[in-house]
Design a protein around this ligand. Structure first.
Ligand code: DX5
Ligand code: ZN
Length: 239
């Protein structure tokens, strides 16, 4: 592979949903050795999605092992309820990403998150129209475009989301845009070409024999493909 200069905006997040739950500290160290930028933590409430994962108790442990920011991805009906408990176990630079499909009023959640000191992310599911988040893009630090219907690791990347991703990138050339779901060495080039600069992956990293190397490979592929073939005057040209 040819050497590329590191792109300042390209980031890789490792979702611990596919890590070994008995050895989270070791798993986090392994991806940090590969230069991971974010530890992506999938928090599910059994209502917004048909699965339950972890709460502040486990996140407190993860925080102790992490040398990079946490990216808390809240797949919950009422994100507001969880801001304070997660604030207590997280720190400066950590993200709290909630869904536009949740039941709380988004602008209120955003201001509560700012007050709590979080970086703010907003997410939308594959069937959700871009218009739902367009008016909020100037108010968040991160847009998470889901490339699977949330709930489980190891699902197939939905390529039909790509036109929406490209459209949202064209509206926000400077925003951090993450994709999450079915991200691996085959799908990273597609998502990067359509404007995603942050890749979150569970199986695509922890499902590999060498997770540190998987992080390096995904980063390289993202750099190589980020907005390749796009008109730089209209999309992402000022990165
Ligand atoms: C899905 C979660 C994802 C999931 C990704 O509901 O939000 O973060 O862990 O898993 P993979 O990368 O295996 O599709
Ligand atoms: Zn996630």
């Amino acid at each position: 592979m040819k050497e590329l200069r590191p792109h300042p905006k390209i980031k890789i997040g490792a979702s611990i949903l596919a890590a070994d739950p008995l050895h989270l500290e070791r798993e986090i160290q392994r991806v940090q050795e590969g230069g991971v930028d974010l530890i992506h933590v999938d928090i599910m409430d059994g209502h917004f999605v048909p699965n339950l994962t972890m709460g502040p108790f486990v996140v407190e442990g993860i925080k102790k092992a992490a040398r990079v920011p946490l990216d808390l991805h809240l797949m919950v009906e009422y994100p507001s309820k969880f801001i304070e408990p997660f604030r207590q176990v997280s720190g400066k630079g950590d993200y709290f990403t909630f869904h536009i499909e949740s039941k709380d009023e988004p602008r209120r959640v955003i201001s509560q998150l700012r007050e709590a000191g979080f970086r703010v992310g907003i997410s939308l599911n594959p069937p959700t129209q871009a218009e739902r988040v367009e008016g909020l893009l100037g108010e968040v630090d991160l847009l998470l475009v889901m490339t699977v219907n949330p709930g489980f690791a190891g699902q197939k990347f939905i390529e039909g989301v790509m036109p929406k991703l490209r459209h949202l990138r064209s509206l926000s050339p400077e925003l951090d845009i993450m994709v999450d779901g079915g991200i691996n060495e085959e799908t990273v080039p597609i998502a990067a070409r359509h404007g995603a600069n942050i890749m979150a992956a569970a199986k695509g990293i922890f499902g590999k024999k060498d997770p540190a190397q998987a992080v390096r490979d995904l980063r390289h592929l993202t750099q190589e493909n980020f907005l390749a073939g796009s008109d730089p005057a209209t999309v992402g040209g000022r990165h």
